[in-house]
Design a protein around this ligand. Structure first.
Ligand code: ADP
Ligand code: MG
Ligand code: MG
Length: 199
């Protein structure tokens, strides 16, 4: 079972990992974007960590909906509303249970990823965060370690893709040959599940 503390750890581990990797995320956003992905997410997840301390949400669903709201209100770039929707929708699907099992979490995260696809209009293969998130939810039944490997492979697989959504799509063919920053940060988010579980 996954309790409220697990979801708090998921968010704080993600915040630490985004902070550590911010320069790399921004560097990836330089050739095919506007070089702000690392700073966008660092600002967002720093605010998430602060909000969790201030408001002490008491259920897994409340942790994720608060985190999602905070990302939407603090991140101006495309990734803010997209990650915000992911976490808010996932949190909503968890309802108000005090603990959730891995199966319910996998279903909830699937609903969250579907909401991101609806909001942003991206499908797998469009060179976005979706290319890490969809393989991750597809493997979640096999555990967080399997989901993490799938997300990392999904992020790497964006390199030869032509971007069809977001800023990178403005570059057309020139977007080919660069790993997508959002898919890379999504792999960090999924990797944080495995790390939060081990703590
Ligand atoms: P911005 O492009 O506004 O500067 P960020 O740099 O923070 O925002 O985030 C860029 C990332 O957001 C991209 O690498 C991509 O993964 C993701 N992204 C952009 N548009 C979409 C979309 N429509 N659907 C899904 N993901 C998207
Ligand atoms: Mg950017
Ligand atoms: Mg920007």
């Amino acid at each position: 079972m996954l309790d409220t503390d697990f979801f708090r750890r998921w968010m704080t581990v993600t915040a630490a990992s985004v902070d550590r990797e911010a320069d790399r995320l921004t560097a990836l956003d330089s050739p095919i974007g506007d070089a702000d992905h690392g700073s966008n997410l660092r600002r967002g997840f720093t605010a998430v960590t602060a909000a969790l301390e201030e408001e002490s949400p008491e259920t897994p669903g409340a942790v994720l909906t608060l985190a999602g709201r905070r990302l939407i209100s603090t991140v101006g770039g495309a990734s803010g509303p997209l990650y915000g929707t992911l976490l808010r929708r996932t949190g909503k699907a968890l309802g108000d249970a005090a603990e959730v099992d891995e199966r319910l979490f996998a279903e909830a995260l699937r609903a969250g990823v579907d909401a991101v696809m609806q909001l942003g209009g991206a499908a797998p293969g469009d060179k976005t965060m979706i290319d890490a998130l969809v393989p991750a939810v597809d493997r979640l039944a096999d555990g967080f370690g399997a989901a993490r490997s799938a997300a990392e492979q999904g992020a790497e697989a964006t390199t030869p893709m032509l971007a069809r959504k977001g800023r990178a799509s403005y570059l057309g063919e020139r977007s080919i040959g660069h790993q997508d920053p959002g898919a890379t940060s999504s792999a960090l988010l999924i990797a944080a599940l495995a790390e939060a579980e081990g703590k």
